[in-house]
Design a protein around this ligand. Structure first.
Ligand code: ITT
Length: 184
């Protein structure tokens, strides 16, 4: 079966294509930046994205994600992309300097066909690295070390990241729900 992933981020697309493949779901790409409301919760952003994505046709997938630094009250959270584009990885490391390094990635994924909507979430706990390491992945991967690992996500091969990541968890859960809804 086919779905269309509406995202402006080619890194996310590559991951979702890989994660959905074992479920027999092919992922087309509608490359667009959906309007995002000023919201404090990823769930609210995803609901708004799904409503806007309806125009892209039936069987659409959207996702919103972010990195939440506990000692910074969850910052950058829903503002992760903006913060990365402005102060960058070094800016985030400077803000976190001298504080507890506990951090979490979260992803909320949504699917819509007609009036039916499905949602799934995924989280992964970790710590902030002291400096960026590695070249794989996207966004904050060079400074995120998942719990139980020494390597950052950017130092892992893609399958190792998918097995542990917030997106892997959210998208595997969503793929199972889509399969259950649409049959095989
Ligand atoms: P959309 O068009 O799908 O919205 P986006 O890049 O704007 O793409 P978000 O609004 O969900 O996506 O912003 C999430 C940001 O959080 C993203 O740009 C990255 O900077 C960061 N992020 C999300 N998932 C990540 C991951 O797996 N590893 C590292 N950083 C990640």
């Amino acid at each position: 079966m086919d779905v269309t992933f509406v995202t402006s981020n080619p890194g996310k697309l590559a991951e979702v294509r890989r994660i959905f493949r074992p479920y027999g779901i092919q992922v087309g790409w509608s490359q667009q930046e959906l309007p995002e409301p000023q919201a404090e919760r990823l769930e609210d952003v995803v609901r708004a994205k799904l409503a806007a994505a309806a125009r892209a046709g039936s069987g659409v997938v959207v996702e919103d994600s972010g990195m939440f630094v506990r000692a910074l009250g969850g910052f950058p959270g829903v503002y992760s992309r903006y913060v990365l584009d402005t102060i960058g990885l070094d800016g985030v490391l400077r803000l976190a300097h001298g504080r507890s390094r506990a951090v979490q990635f979260r992803a909320v994924a949504g699917y819509r066909r007609g009036r039916t909507e499905l949602y799934a979430t995924g989280t992964v706990q970790g710590t902030l690295a002291t400096r960026p390491r590695g070249a794989n992945g996207l966004g904050y991967d060079p400074i995120f070390v998942p719990t139980g690992e020494r390597r950052t996500f950017a130092q892992m091969d893609p399958a190792a990241k998918d097995a542990r990541s917030h997106r892997g968890r959210a998208m595997r859960s969503l793929a199972r729900k889509i399969r259950a809804l649409e049959g095989t």
